[in-house]
Design a protein around this ligand. Structure first.
Ligand SMILES: [Mg+2]
Length: 199
């Protein structure tokens, strides 16, 4: 799964680690972008709701408009019968500035990895933890928060663009350590893995 220029090519189901604490930091899948996630595969494994992060997951932090591809992906979730909700650490002002997000239910000022915002979103949508996936670009907020509740967690590569200074200073440095282990444990490297292939 390492390309010629040594760039990890994340597109695989992740093998859970033996260490129970590390397990909280490991996603169930690691993919290049949200558009790599197939709604049909999620549906087949019982997922009826996707809680997704905003910045650098569906829109770059310095942009205010969803790409056509990402907007299409969100629409395709709905068409497959999967409910969606944004769970973001941002305040409502940022969410209201992103075109294409206004129609989607949201929980803002989430302070992930707290459990509360995910529980609140699931309650709003009327779904159980077993039916819920979390999609985000940060291990120590999105993935850790989702794993604490036993949700199906999917890590995406962060979209290129500006990062919040504290994210770059602390979270990303720690993430690199965890990511190197996750990439070693990856089962992919060839064709994209289906969500249900390995767990
Ligand atoms: Mg993010």
């Amino acid at each position: 799964m390492i390309t010629q220029n040594n760039t990890p090519r994340p597109n695989f189901a992740v093998e859970p680690p033996g260490n129970r604490w590390l397990r909280f930091l490991y996603p169930k899948m690691y993919v290049p972008s949200v558009t790599s996630i197939d709604p049909q595969q999620l549906y087949s494994r019982g997922i009826r709701c996707v809680l997704f992060d905003l910045d650098n997951t569906v829109v770059p932090r310095d942009k205010t408009c969803l790409s056509t591809e990402v907007a299409g992906w969100i629409k395709s979730l709905g068409e497959r019968g999967i409910k969606v909700c944004v769970v973001s650490n941002n305040g409502p002002a940022r969410l209201s500035r992103v075109a294409g997000i206004e129609e989607i239910p949201s929980v803002c000022r989430a302070i992930k990895p707290r459990k509360h915002p995910f529980r609140k979103a699931m309650k709003m949508l009327g779904v159980t933890p077993g039916e819920t996936a979390v999609v985000g670009d940060q291990i120590f907020t999105d993935i850790l928060g989702g794993n604490r509740l036993g949700l199906y967690t999917i890590l995406v590569m962060p979209m290129p663009g500006k990062e919040y200074w504290a994210t770059e200073m602390f979270n990303r440095r720690l993430e690199r350590l965890v990511l190197s282990r996750i990439i070693q444990s990856g089962t992919g490297g060839g064709e994209p893995r289906s969500v249900g292939d390995k767990r």
